[in-house]
Design a protein around this ligand. Sequence first.
Ligand code: NAD
Length: 309
Amino acid sequence: MKIAIIGLGSVGSAVATAVANTGMAQEIVLFDRDGVRARAAAEDLGHAAAFSYDIKITAVNNYRAIRGSEIVIIAAGANQKPGQTRTDLLHANAAVINDIVPRVMANVDAKNVKLIIVTNPLDVMVMLAQKISKLPPARVIGTGTMLDSARLRTILSRQLSVSTQSINAYVLGEHGDSSMINWSSACIGGIDLNTFCKQTKNSLPTSTRKTIEHRVRNAAYEIIRGRGATWDGIAGAVADLVRCIVNDEHRILTVSTLGAMYNKPISISLPRIVGRSGIIATLQPKMSTDETIAFRRSARIIRRNFDAL
Ligand code: NAD
């Protein structure tokens, strides 16, 4: 499979490494408007690949060279500076998506290509990329709250001393400050979270849940304060999504895609079945009244930001 990555900053470079390490791609092409940066990334990655898989990794300076790519990952655009929210990037990154998507679409097979959107504010950028590309929403996929859900599972794993692999717990809604934890559907080893806590003599009172919610929502801000940007977590999420698509795994991932939400088209994260054709089905998890209110609020915020463009 040929995979193209557009944008080779902190995130794009880490994504390229993580995708190369899945062994799923025979060819990876890298494009950045800064050609020197893309060429340096291709060189470095090519050297790393000599220790793992035989992959052809090339930097390209025009979009014609992405022809034949079945997956195009867009990780270009401004990132958050300390103190900035993802929404602060709205107009700058809309310009980036407006620049990239038509060029991508002029060079890929529209009947088959899957766009993976990473650029923030994520959900709005997915809506914009879908509008420009005119691709079926099932093939314009934002990483959504995959990363936020991983952060939640990591915290729960430490708190409850159980592997992240056994935890089914999702962050839903916006990949942003209005994201919410769907506690009502959380389960561990097939047992609902409350029963699990009782059986293992753990407790997760409301105050602890609120702290966890705060930590999940603020994880990116903490990481940006400490190392200037976030890249490893999102790279893991993108590689997992690529694996799920290429292997047609039909796994459930909290990705973001355009769909009818409260009678309006909105891109938002829900648990979805993902495979080779993109998004196969969207699931509606059980939500408490408070969770439904939070999810609706998140949907309203995404739509309002899209309308502001
Ligand atoms: P960065 O500044 O390190 O890199 C951005 C890269 O994009 C640069 O190399 C730049 O030259 C390139 N670029 C900008 N405009 C371009 C264009 N029109 N065409 C081609 N290349 C272009 O930023 P970063 O830290 O790599 O972050 C990239 C994006 O990923 C940001 O929007 C950031 O907020 C987002 N992000 C998303 C998640 C997520 O969970 N979805 C997580 C982390 C970061």
